[in-house]
Design a protein around this ligand. Sequence first.
Ligand code: NAI
Length: 348
Amino acid sequence: MVETAMHDDHEKVVTITDPESGLRAVIAIHSTALGPALGGIRCWTYPDMSAATHDAMRLAQGMTYKNALAGLPLGGGKSVILGGSTAKTPSALHAFASAIERLNGQYIGAEDVGTTVADIDFMRDVTGHVAGTSWGAAASGDPSPHTAEGVFVGMQAALEAVYGSDSMEDCRIGILGLGNVGWKLAEKLSRAGAALLVADLDSARVAAAEAEFGAQAFAPHALPYAPMDVFAPCALGGALTTDFAEGASAGIICGAANNQLAEPSVDAVLWDAGKLYAPDYLVNAGGVMNVAAEALGEYDAYRVATQVRGIRETARDCFIQAKRTDTPTGAIADALALDRIKATSAAA
Ligand code: NAI
C-alpha cells in the first residue's frame, strides 16, 4: 500500500496493489474537516492507475461538498477498484477491505457504480468502516431508492421554480442510464404522469422501460438532444457539455449522476442559456443520507425519509438565491457547502 499525503488539496490518497489477489485500487480522502470521509467504492475499468486516481480524487472532492450540503457530520472520500466486475473476486474484496481497515476510520466506504450491497456485506467481515449493509441493527441496505427519491423531489422544486407548478403530467423527461437509480426514478416519474424518453448502453434495460413505462427509446448520444422538458443524467459523469448547454432543448437538468458538468465552466454556460441545472450533489444526496445514518450508528428510516424529502427545500433555496443574484446554480451550491465547512471548522 502506497500512501501520498496532501495530494493536490486532498488530505490523503492511497494506492493499493496486492499481487496475491490482483487488486489494484485507490482510496482518496479529500477532507475530514466535518468528520470521517464517507464515499462510495466504485468498481470500473480505467486505462491505468493514473486515470483511476484522478477519478477517485475528483469524486472524493464532490463527496466533501455533497456531505456538507446535506448537513452530515462527515467529510468526503471516494475509492475505486480498477477492472470492472471481474476484479471483484472474494480475495480482492477482502484485500480492499483490509486497506480500508488500515485507515482506522478516516474513510468509510459504501456502494457506488459497480458495487452491491452483497459486496459491502462481504467486506464487513474484515472492516467495520463500511456502510450500506443488509443486516444488523443499523443496516441501511441499498441506497439507490433514497437517491431516486431525492432526485424526484429536487425535480419537483425545479419544475416549480421554472413553471410555477410541480406537476409532471405529460412532462417529457429524458433519463440517460436505467441502472439502480435511473430505473427507480423512471418508476416514480411514470407514476407522476410523465412521458419518458430513455437510453442505456444495456439494450435489455431499454426494452424493459419501453414495455413497462411506454418509454421512447433513443441512442445514448442522441437522447440529450431529443425534444424534452427535463433531462435526467443517471449514468456516469460528464453528460453536460457546452454543446449540450447551447444546443439541447431541455429547460431543466436534474439527475443522479455524479460530476455531470464536463467542465466547471458549463455551470455558467447552462445558466446563460436559460437552463436550470439542479446541482448533482445537491439532488443526489438521498443515498448518502441513508448510508450516513448507518455509518453514524443511528439508523432511523423515518428520519432518513424526512431528511431526503428536505432535498426539495435545499434545492428551492438554491434556485431562489441563483435567481436573486443572477448566479449559476452550481456556484450557489458550492458556496453553501463551503460556508458550512468553514462555519463548522471555525466552531471546532
Ligand atoms: P448503475 O451502475 O446501477 O447504473 C448505471 C446505468 O448507466 C447502467 O444501466 C449502465 O448501463 C448505464 N450507462 C453507463 N454508461 C452509459 C452511457 N454512456 N450511456 C447510457 N447509459 C450508460 O449505477 P447507479 O447506482 O444507478 O448510479 C447512477 C449514477 O448515479 C452514477 O453516476 C452514480 O455515481 C450516481 N449516484 C448513485 C447513487 C446510488 O445511490 N446508487 C448515489 C449518488 C449518486
